[in-house]
Ligand binder design. Sequence first.
Ligand code: ATP
Ligand code: MG
Length: 302
Amino acid sequence: RFHQIKDKEIVQELHLGRGTRTNIYSGRLLVQGGGFNDEYDEFNNNFTDLKGTRVVLKILDQSHKDIALAFFETASLMSQVSHSHLVFVHGVSVKGSENIMVEEYVEFGPLDVFLRREKASVTPQWKFLVAKQLASALSYLEPKQLVHGNVCAKNILVARKGLEHGTTPFVKLSDPGIALNVLSREERLERIPWIAPECIDSGAPIGSAADQWSFGVTLLEICNNGDLPMSASTLAEKERFYQQRGRLAEPSSQELARFISMCLTYEPTERPSFRCVLRELTEIMNKNPDISLSNPLPGMNQ
Ligand code: ATP
Ligand code: MG
């Protein structure tokens, strides 16, 4: 269900950070020799190919079999889909007891960090384009009944900056990592407000509506230049927020606020499909070419 990559085909380089039960490294995927056409291989043996393709190595912590299985399932899911705004997963490598997901290295890193750094140069149009690219990836998954389950600005990677005049950004949604239902309850609570309320208590099957909620929160995060008000809250505060059906503060543009609040409905069936989201986004964008997407960081409205 996914390409098995040999240990000797990968080179591990710099540590980039920690994720949910993972350590992430940059690295290289070496080109395999001995293809069926030797001449073709020779032709490709230029300098870059000797160094291989730049990749990201996600090394799963030593963990229980269930977690490893869920990690492989994600790799499998990502290997079966193909969309320009979804990150490319090369495959999985098993090195002794280490399980490694090998995925495309996306040059300019996660969107939340990017926005915090570049907020002075990012325009409302830039944000709309990024939101539309994310919505297009999710509307590709929706009819296949594939749920991402971990949509947030951290998991959107910037492939092209699009900050210079006449250029446009290009983003890719990263793999979701370990499935929600095998994470601990604490780990799920930590993901408030991105995680849909119905996903806090495991057991129920997770539908595309979960991604619709996360999309709404991610849109707010983009509006707020990579920041969300609940980041400093404790797990108990986060849990109480959902129990009390709290609402996140919305951007000053009324139309956008209405749109985001449709995604942030506690009743999953009332959230708009991604087909609808794409249409609405385009409409809002066309109607308000100079809409202001940034506002001072709002607090929580309960
Ligand atoms: P989670 O499942 O919670 O998303 P993860 O294992 O995907 O966990 P992240 O926290 O998303 O880990 O990523 C850790 C860091 O690795 C990011 O902040 C980013 O700097 C880097 N990173 C992850 N994926 C890529 C990628 N495809 N290209 C470049 N950098 C990446
Ligand atoms: Mg991630």
